[in-house]
Design a binder for this molecule. Sequence first.
Ligand SMILES: Nc1nc2c(ncn2[C@@H]2O[C@H](COP(=O)(O)OP(=O)(O)O)[C@@H](O)[C@H]2O)c(=O)[nH]1
Ligand SMILES: [Mg+2]
Length: 264
Amino acid sequence: TSMKQPRVALAYVLYLGYKGDPALLFATSKRRKQERKADLPGRTLLQCYVFGSTGSGKTGLLNGLVGLPHSDSEGNPRTCAVAVGSVDNHEPRKTLVLQEVTEEMAKKMMEGGDREERAQWLAAADVALFMFDGSNKDSFAYAHKLLLEVATASGDSLPCLFAASKDDLGMSQELVELCKGTCATLAMPLPIPVSMRSGETSGIYSHLSDAAAAPARFIPETPSLKAMRQYQQTLRKCLIYTGIGITGGAVCYAIYHRLKRRDS
Ligand SMILES: Nc1nc2c(ncn2[C@@H]2O[C@H](COP(=O)(O)OP(=O)(O)O)[C@@H](O)[C@H]2O)c(=O)[nH]1
Ligand SMILES: [Mg+2]
């Protein structure tokens, strides 16, 4: 409650008889986009959205963060679970909040609703994970398509990572090559292999906290980002040429003026 509704949390604390200074109970931070620009990742509470097709292993990953053992039974595909755990690869220690985003929820947020609401929802995340079942090509296609949509809708400011689940089942050579090509195009690291069944997580929770701490390296080179860079480059060139034109004009005018004065 304290992260999502700080006012309600404060009311609870006061109701329970807290007599101290309420300001000491809360850590306030700047908007995430501003923090990323300033490159000052002093934030200790990191929110990560976990996207992925139904059955890709999102709930399993959340369970792993809180130390629950792997279960072979299917979770409810409509439940957007949340898990909170601590990661210690940074000083001070970071608290990671994993928020599962089901297919249904992703569709609602990315296709329905208005742009403002979508942007606000995405601005509340420090990092996004796109999980796919490593033994299923369609699952990767879903994750890839959604990554492009989410990254663009975030204004190309959200660090993103891919994770390939069910590593114990193995990945086909075709999918390995597809992943390599896709990640090269997007200038992203290769998917992090995880197997919740064998307990091999490849340090994924620490990778997520690293990506939130150094976002620039994890922002995918989407077509929208490339187009924006191209536009900025053209604008810069135009400004330089205009500047040269104005300076040249001023110099010519000064010479002309001087010659005219000498003649008269
Ligand atoms: N073989 C294998 N199965 C897994 C692994 N992780 C999850 N699963 C299975 O995949 C199914 C779907 O997992 P779940 O976490 O509910 O997927 P979600 O719909 O993305 O939340 C369940 O039956 C899990 O037992 C894994 O690492 N290896
Ligand atoms: Mg689930």
